[in-house]
Design a protein around this ligand. Structure first.
Ligand code: SF4
Ligand code: SF4
Length: 471
């Protein structure tokens, strides 16, 4: 039986579809070689990193913590608040430009070497599958069905790994301590977290047991963007047509037309995790995993021909033999990247050591006190962004009329901690004109931080009526 991908491209619909539209299951062979060894080493480091990042603490916070309810995002010791829109935009912009640059230079190296989808599928789920089902044959056909218990055991292990992934995913959002605590309690105590873990586990099971390579070939937006991000000089995994064609097995007949180095063994196809034939040229489905390089190098070694019939190269180098590193986008991207990161660093360095937000208290807009003074309530939220514990006070500005009272001051906050102080401002009714007045609050810490805040007061239209409340 011929491997379906060895049919001419026009006879195939998609590498993962049969012509009748049914799913074509891929069972890629493992091709051992230098690139597989390298990818495996990288994958093991990344597996540790992906699972370990929420557990690593920097400055008292997880290395990556995406606190959605508080809208605080921590990356390696730096916390971004909702008010850091510009900083976040600069950070995201820099990351995008960096991705564009790396893709222009190194093609889909991220997809083949570092993407969590590839790392978990190729170095966790598929090895587990091979352990229980056995390896596919040389044509990429699935191993013979095994005892039912083996299948059940395989899915049980898949489920355990998926549960671990779901809990790790949750830890990025709520922190590992909470996940650990919740996992020991009843699901009814944390139904939303439980449902989230349940949903993510189910998604992981569907993705890694069923959907698999289609995530890369059909669903991933980065994969769809390759045609605009790559150019002819970008690094790709490519087949050297000039050297390989005409393909086919050589025989000893003197009359036979000379053949290229490709013996049409199909090893590069049956090892491909996305089911394509790299000899048909660069395709969007190629994730740059280099398995076909290892497969073909092993064939060339056996035939005692030079390695590299399939190799890391560029379209231009494969077609013309010439590689051009310098081109417009390779110069433009770094310039934009340097500008964005410089702006980001400058903005970050000049960020004040505390973040202050003034909120009007909910409920009545103001209260008229028995002595005729008008009380306005507010909440002052402070986030300590410095590297030391700080004590914060809120006072009225030196020119402001009235009195400020709070039971919550001073606010003592550890680095990265936030706190709220409820404050009441008592003012004379004379400061109000048409029901409005204004005063100034000042938030200070025990170091050098000082932040003046304008606070709009609300009060009666005329003189205050003792004992009354605002509308
Ligand atoms: S592994 Fe090499 S020799 Fe075999 S079909 Fe692929 S390109 Fe040709
Ligand atoms: S063509 Fe080669 S590099 Fe591309 S996905 Fe298939 S095996 Fe990996």
């Amino acid at each position: 039986m011929t491997h379906p991908s060895l049919k001419p491209p026009e006879a195939r619909v998609l590498p993962t579809l049969n012509q009748d539209g049914s799913r074509r299951w891929l069972n890629p062979r493992v091709s051992r070689g230098r690139f597989l060894n390298g990818r495996r080493a990288v994958a093991y480091v990344l597996l540790l990193l992906y699972s370990g990042l929420p557990w690593i603490e920097i400055g008292g916070k997880p290395a990556i913590h995406l606190d959605l309810p508080a809208r605080e995002f921590t990356f390696f010791g730096t916390t971004f608040l909702p008010t850091d829109t510009l900083l976040l935009m600069l950070l995201v912009g820099s990351i995008f430009v960096l991705i564009f640059q790396l893709t222009a230079l190194f093609g889909r190296v991220w997809c083949g070497w570092a993407c969590p989808q590839t790392v978990y599928l190729e170095f966790v789920y598929r090895p587990i599958e091979r352990l229980f089902d056995g390896p596919p044959d040389a044509l990429g056909r699935a191993p013979k069905p095994k005892a039912a218990w083996r299948k059940a055991a395989k899915y049980a292990v898949f489920l355990l790994v998926s549960l671990h992934l779901a809990n790790t995913f949750l830890a990025y959002f709520v922190g590992p301590a909470e996940v650990w605590q919740w996992s020991q309690q009843s699901p009814f105590e944390h139904p939303s977290a439980f449902l989230l873990v349940f949903g993510i586990t189910a998604m992981m099971m569907v993705d890694f047991s069923f959907f698999r390579e289609q995530t890369c070939t059909v669903a991933c937006p980065y994969g769809r963007l390759q045609s605009v991000l790559l150019d002819k000089q970008s690094l790709i995994v490519g087949y050297d047509k000039k050297r390989g064609e005409p393909r086919g097995k050589r025989n000893r007949s003197a009359a036979e037309a000379p053949k290229g180095d490709c013996v049409d063994c199909g090893m590069c196809v049956t090892t491909c995790p996305t089911g394509i034939d790299i000899r048909d040229g660069l395709q969007m489905e190629c994730v740059g995993c280099a398995q076909c390089i290892d497969a073909c190098d092993a064939v060339m070694d056996k035939l005692q021909r030079p390695r590299g019939l399939i190799r890391y190269s560029s379209q231009a180098a494969l077609e013309t033999g010439r590689q051009r590193l310098m081109r417009a986008r390779v110069v433009l991207y770094p310039v934009v990247f340097v500008v964005l990161t410089t702006l980001f660093v400058v903005q970050l360095m000049n960020r004040p050591s505390a973040e202050v937000t003034l909120l009007r208290a909910s409920g009545r807009p103001y209260t008229t006190m028995p002595d005729g003074r008008i009380r306005n309530d507010a909440q002052v939220r402070v986030v300590n962004r410095s590297k030391a514990a700080r004590s914060y006070v809120v006072e009225l500005g030196s020119d402001a009329e009235g009195t400020l009272v709070s039971q919550d001051l001073p606010l003592v906050l550890q680095p990265g901690e936030s706190g709220v102080a409820a404050v009441s401002v008592f003012s004379s009714p004379d400061v109000f004109a048409l029901g409005r007045g204004e005063t100034q609050l000042v938030v200070r810490d025990d170091d050098q931080f000082e932040r003046p805040l304008r606070y709009r007061l609300q009060g009666p239209f005329g003189a205050g009526k003792p004992g009354g409340d605002g509308p």
